[in-house]
Design a protein around this ligand. Structure first.
Ligand code: MN
Length: 393
């Protein structure tokens, strides 16, 4: 067990408004972006990756609104390694507090990106990286650089690019698993390799960025944190390109439950997670699967009789943590085919009906024959109880 003094604090950078919004169908207007930004900050996130100014004038307007409403929050704008992109990022952030603004430059570094997308040799790519960082430094006190598709970049090229980027003045270097192919073990190996082979590594700090194509974005993010990565980029509900990004609420909850043993402290107020998740789902119009980890609708619902009976005797029997931890609604005992007597009797009690013995059995029989697609709600249960009582009169 690590004592409190040795704990490192993880620094969350939220990219719901940038990478998250790149999810097909997730477009947000300025008002909605501001609401999400505010809620994310209220939950304890210190930095926002708030948009890609070069792609639309509305991105610039949104970033300007966010920085004027949240002046104490660090806000970063994304830019390709092009002067015109950096200028647009500056336009978006020109009125923000200088100590709170930064630009995040990116360029693809993997062979696929170099050969097919950029048509650049490694030497040419490095020149572009250096020149763009030097240009950005004239306008921004903090420049971040991210080698897109880092996870599929040859180790020697990746380390060379990082070395040059840091030398040119990048103080944050991104480690993006752009297409979500890494495993927790390879995350660790790559991070160790980078640390050992980038001579000026200690002049920068690393920001991890993972995608969920293999369902491993959270596991990979936690592996990176354990490997010493201080900044983690996440999106609320894991929204993002393809299978999405690392889900903020999943990492925040994992750290609330396991941070102590990992030696990592989280600044996140987990009691805000449920509400934040609902807000992002509502504003983006992207519903959460019922079984989604942490904020899915079924996380505190159970229909199985054995589980219901256990939970009624002690909630800990079939729940990993209490709903209060994430601000979720309390346990919901769904009455259905798999339910048992204790849940049905408990629900009847909540409706002020005390029933036992054969009467309870008959209510259960009626309840269990309810249409499969509809859980038995209170009204249905009540009418079953009334039918039983009437039949007995
Ligand atoms: Mn991404």
């Amino acid at each position: 067990m690590v004592s409190g003094v040795d704990m490192r604090t993880v620094y969350f950078s939220d990219t719901t408004l940038r990478d998250g919004e790149q999810m097909p169908g997730a477009s947000l207007n300025i008002e909605q972006k501001v609401r999400i930004a505010r809620s994310v900050v209220e939950a304890g996130v210190a930095s926002l990756d708030a948009g890609f100014p070069a792609c639309a004038q509305t991105e610039i307007a949104a970033i300007q609104r966010i920085t004027s409403e949240l002046p104490a929050t660090s806000v970063s704008a994304l830019a390709r390694t092009l002067p015109q992109d950096i200028d647009k990022a500056f336009e978006a952030l020109a009125n923000s507090r200088p100590d709170k603004r930064s630009v995040s430059l990116f360029i693809g570094t993997s062979p696929l990106h170099r050969t097919h997308k950029l048509r650049l040799s490694v030497g040419e790519l490095i020149r572009v990286v250096r020149e763009s960082i030097e240009y950005a430094r004239q306008k921004f006190p903090l420049v971040a650089f991210s080698p897109e598709d880092a996870s599929r970049t040859e180790p020697e090229v990746l380390c060379q690019v990082y070395t040059e980027a840091i030398d040119a003045g990048a103080r944050v270097i991104g480690f993006p698993d752009t297409v979500g192919v890494l495993m927790p073990k390879t995350v660790r190996t790559m991070l160790k390799m980078i640390q050992d082979n980038v001579p000026n590594f200690d002049k920068s700090i690393v920001a991890g960025h993972f995608h969920n194509d293999l369902g491993l974005a959270t596991a990979n993010a936690l592996a990176a944190l354990e490997e010493g990565v201080p900044i983690l980029q996440c999106t609320v509900n894991g929204i993002g390109e393809r299978a999405g990004n690392t889900a903020f609420e999943e990492v925040a909850l994992a750290l609330a439950l396991h941070g102590q043993e990992m030696g990592i402290q989280s600044p996140i107020d987990t009691t805000k997670l449920w509400e934040l998740s609902q807000l992002v789902s509502e504003l983006t119009g992207i519903p959460l699967p019922a079984n989604k980890a942490v904020c899915g609708g079924n996380v505190f619902a159970t229909e199985a009789g054995i589980h219901q009976d256990g939970i009624l005797k002690h909630p800990g029997t079939y729940l990993p943590y209490r709903s209060e931890l994430t601000g979720a609604p309390s346990v919901r005992l769904v009455i259905g085919k798999h339910s048992g007597r204790s849940a049905v009797s408990e629900r009847l009690k909540s409706l002020n009906i005390a029933m036992e013995g054969e009467d309870l059995d008959r209510v259960m029989e009626i309840a269990k024959t309810a249409p499969k697609e509809a859980w038995v709600d209170d009204a249905a249960l009540l009418s079953s109880a009334v039918a039983v009582v009437r039949a007995g009169l």
